[in-house]
Every structure is written in C-alpha cells, then in structure tokens.
Design a protein around this ligand. Structure first.
Ligand code: R5P
Length: 277
C-alpha cells in the first residue's frame, strides 16, 4: 500500500496508479498543545511511505508515518521525492551540524530502505543507514518543452551541467553550457555570463532546485536578448516571492516536477520512482 504524506498526495496517488497498489487515506488529529497524531487505517505486507520533507512539520509527520507503518506492514519503504535539509550536506562553520546527515539518520530508523529523487549532492545518499537509491528525473523536464528555436540549455553553475545535458538529450537537440556562480548569502548570488550566444534563441535554464529564485533570476538577467526563456527544475520549492522574482526577471514559463507540489509542477516523477520499487 502507498501511504501519502500530506504534502505529497498527488505524487503518492500517481505512484499508486503506476504500481497498481492501494492508496491509504491517512487520518490526522492534533492534541490541544498542537502536537500532531497520524493514523494509518489499513494494513498490508509492504508500506511505501511517500513524503517530501518540505517543512519541519513534514519531517515530524514522516517519522510518525514510518512508525505507524511499521505497526501495519512487514516491510517499510520510504520515498522522499524531495528531501528537506538535503542542501546542508556539510558544515559551513565550526559547531554546526551536518543537517542532511542528522535528518537522514533519523529517517533511517523507521524504514528498510529509501528512494529519493535528484539529491543536491550524491553524498546525501551515503548519510542514510539503510540502502538509499537516487532516481534521476531530470530527463522528464524536457516533456513540456516543444518546438524550441535554436535551443540553448544552460545551468546556473557547473554543478548542474549534467542536469542540463540530460534535459538537452531528452529534448533531442540544442547546445549546453553553464554560468559561473558565486553565492554570497542565501539570497545574494553573483553569476558570470557563459560564452554561449543567446541572441534570438530559446534558452532553457536547468537546475536541481529553485528555492528563493535568486540563482535563476540573476541568471536570467545575464542573458543577452534571448527569444524566449524557460526555467526548469526538479524541485520547485519556490519559497516566499520566488515565483514573482522569476516573472519580473522575464521568464516565459517555469516547469518543475511533482516532488514538490506547486502550480508549476508540470511533470510527474512517479513513473521513474515506480521503476525502483
Ligand atoms: C545550488 O547549488 C542549487 O543547485 C541551486 O542553484 C540553489 O539551491 C537554488 O537556490 P535559490 O533559488 O535560493 O537561489
């Protein structure tokens, strides 16, 4: 059975369809002090808990779902379409935690294995204390793109060039390049333009995550007279005013996947996850 987290109901339903497995209707309650309590009404041999940890509350909910699933099933598989805290994969100053490791360890205690999607760095999978598989869903980002003119697939930093190449390959034609990026703070990003000529071309910017939108909006501002600008990412967090920042930067369309459920989640990664289950 598929056990959905409350922030991942669309992707959980899509996964239930792909696998032809029943979808459990999780029940929620809150104590007077605000603490949450979940209940899984069904039992099965295998429980697949599907929950993106998009907030601190979603983390707690996942731990509860895993524990409840353990009461209801022999095998517990945890699907983390988006893993929150995954970008904190190292310490930035002495005395800080490696938050990706801390959360991975906590999640490991309640599951037999983990399947996640495009973690920010591959090392994140090593932080789990149970087997962890990372699904690459970037190719699916080509699906909403049609009839591009002289397409240029650009990543905002060298770290995301493989994603841009994957999307270009899935699209079937075009060039690939990347910007040089220096991050000064959470919202202050400096980007040097790439050498590629963008004049009159359709530009597709590709990244793993859009969080504050600072990276993508700064990248758009460095493009010289493109025709159309499309922004694609696997995880459309789009915190705060990120979507408006992209709009005012001049984007024509934003496409993300359903690892994070937003209006721009045009592509489902459920088929790619189903292949791993
Ligand atoms: C960083 O290395 C990531 O690949 C993304 O570029 C970054 O997380 C995006 O964050 P923001 O939207 O806040 O600039």
């Amino acid at each position: 059975m598929i056990v959905p987290g409350s922030a991942s109901q669309e992707i959980a339903a899509a996964l239930a369809d792909e696998l032809d497995e029943p979808l459990s209707a999780v029940e929620y309650d809150r104590f007077a002090d605000g603490e949450m309590l979940v209940r899984i009404p069904d039992a099965d041999e295998r429980a697949i808990v599907v929950a993106s940890t998009v907030s601190d509350g979603a983390h707690v909910e996942l731990l509860q779902l895993q524990d409840a699933a353990r009461e209801r099933a022999e095998e517990v598989v945890t699907v983390l379409p988006y893993m929150g805290y995954g970008r904190q994969d190292k310490t930035f100053e002495a005395g800080q935690p490696v938050s990706a490791r801390a959360t991975a360890r906590a999640i490991s205690t309640g599951t037999d294995r983990v399947v996640t999607v495009n973690p920010h760095e591959k090392i994140v999978c090593d932080f789990f204390e149970v087997p962890c598989t990372a699904v690459d869903a970037a190719g699916r980002l080509a699906e909403p793109l049609s009839e591009l003119s002289e397409p240029l697939f650009l990543s905002p930093d060298s770290g995301a060039i493989e994603l841009a190449e994957t999307v270009r390959e899935a699209y079937g034609s075009g060039e690939t390049d990347y910007f040089e990026k220096v991050r000064h703070s959470d919202t202050d990003v400096e980007i040097q333009p790439s050498d590629a000529d963008t004049t009159g071309r359709d530009v597709v910017l590709v990244d793993d995550i859009i969080a504050t939108g600072s990276t993508m909006s700064t990248a758009i501002s460095q493009l010289s007279t493109p025709d159309r600008v499309f922004v694609t990412c696997v995880h459309p967090i789009l915190a705060s005013n990120a979507r408006s920042k992209l709009a005012t930067a001049g984007v024509d369309a934003v496409y993300g996947t359903d690892t994070v459920e937003r209006a721009v989640s045009a592509v489902s990664v459920a088929p790619a996850i189903a292949e791993e289950l």
